[in-house]
Design a binder for this molecule. Structure first.
Ligand code: FES
Length: 69
């Protein structure tokens, strides 16, 4: 089996060439709760906004923070 980079780490934001793993890392490791938080940390979402639904979906998958409800 070979690792398929395109399949496992596809582009999320075509305007700024931002890939899935970069956005996932930002969402998981940083205090990120909105698209605007993502936009402030990388350029994803700062262009045509067509990636916003996908960014919202990725945000919805963020694990709850310890002590949060
Ligand atoms: S595809 Fe992300 S801003 Fe255009």
């Amino acid at each position: 089996m070979t690792f398929n980079e395109e399949e496992n780490n596809p582009l999320v934001c075509f305007c700024f060439n931002i890939k899935l793993h970069e956005v996932q890392t930002i969402i998981i490791q940083e205090d990120v709760h909105t698209i605007f938080d993502i936009m402030a940390r990388c350029k994803a979402g700062n262009g045509c906004t067509s990636c916003w639904p996908l960014l919202e979906e990725l945000l919805s998958l963020k694990p709850p923070e310890p002590g949060g409800f």
